[in-house]
Design a protein around this ligand. Structure first.
Ligand SMILES: NC(=O)c1ccc[n+]([C@@H]2O[C@H](COP(=O)([O-])OP(=O)(O)OC[C@H]3O[C@@H](n4cnc5c(N)ncnc54)[C@H](O)[C@@H]3O)[C@@H](O)[C@H]2O)c1
Length: 278
């Protein structure tokens, strides 16, 4: 019997927290550039009663995304799509960040936007980092939102980026704008698409950072933010579950900042000292 499918690309803790909340009774496709990460997530989810399959997918490759779409469709109608894959400024080069986080996310939205089920929903994990970029011009916004995907990386202000933090910030801003653009196409199929911009969420990598050589700076930042702590993958999962549920049907093309007030403090509060470094 064919089931609805829920697709997760990027099987880290944020992605897992989301798919656990929307995947029950569906076939859960776990995709990751590191197949071993998808397999590890599959073991955890299978042991918790979910039906899963795994596939190696590089978000930066259109061919891989197309293969992911047809893998998911072989199990049933694709009801949910979650993009929680990404590379961070300390992990990758400018080119890799732009190829994966900016271009890859745009391809994923385009390809799944062709087949998403009526009543379906999608979530893209962006970042608070995109909210630390000043305002772009109306023309730049429109270019990031609506340029043909294959032209995104050659836009002059994107091609000129030389620093990994800027590459990450522009990619995450582009995710939010692209979600707005795609919401109009996904809406024609009866589906919603939104983005979530988390602040620091404790994952194994973030936990290492917090206790590593640069840990003191992170701990100071967290203690000064309005919530006084980092977030958890489950808190992002709860927000995503609401947006993807029946209760969220009137929400599409929106971005949700979930950061314990960090961005507010970065612009107008105790964290303004970070402007000198970010
Ligand atoms: N953890 C945080 O504090 C935080 C904050 C803001 C935004 N984010 C965003 O959340 C998303 C998930 O991050 P996370 O913290 O769970 O990280 P993570 O490293 O735990 O998980 C990311 C997963 O994505 C996979 N991946 C990396 N590159 C890929 C590619 N090219 N194709 C397919 N899969 C790929 C990795 O193998 C990994 O399994 C990222 O987009 C990240 O930018 C994280």
């Amino acid at each position: 019997m064919s089931k609805d499918a829920a697709v997760l690309l990027g099987t880290g803790s944020i992605g897992q927290a989301i798919v656990r909340r929307v995947g029950a009774g569906k076939h859960v496709v776990l995709a990751d550039v590191k197949k071993e990460n998808a397999d590890r997530a599959a073991k955890i989810l299978e042991d918790a009663g979910f039906e899963t399959s795994t596939i190696a997918v590089n978000l930066g490759s259109r061919d891989d995304i197309i293969a992911l779409v047809s893998h998911a469709q072989s199990f049933g109608a694709v009801k949910h799509v979650i993009n929680a894959a990404g590379v961070s400024p300390s992990q990758a080069s400018v080119q890799d960040i732009l190829k994966v986080d900016l271009y890859g996310t745009a391809v994923l939205l385009e390809e799944f936007g062709k087949i998403i089920a009526d009543g379906g929903s999608g979530i893209v994990i962006s970042s608070q980092s995109g909210h630390r970029l000043g305002a772009l011009s109306e023309e730049e916004n429109e270019q990031l939102a609506a340029s043909p995907v294959d032209e995104l990386m050659t836009l002059p202000f994107i091609a000129a980026i030389t620093d990994t933090l800027k590459a990450y910030q522009y990619s995450k801003r582009c995710n939010v704008l692209r979600v707005m653009y795609e919401a109009t196409r996904w809406g024609k199929r009866g589906a919603t698409i939104n983005s979530i911009s988390p602040g620091i969420i404790i994952t194994p990598l973030a936990n290492d950072e917090l206790h590593g050589p640069r840990g003191e700076g992170y701990r100071k930042m967290l203690s000064l933010c309005p919530a006084g702590r980092a977030g958890t993958p489950d808190e992002v999962g709860d927000l995503a579950a609401f947006l993807m549920s029946e209760k969220g049907r009137w929400i599409s093309g929106s971005d949700f900042l979930i950061d314990g007030g960090t961005t507010a403090s970065y612009w107008y509060g105790d964290l303004q000292y970070l402007k000198a470094t970010h």
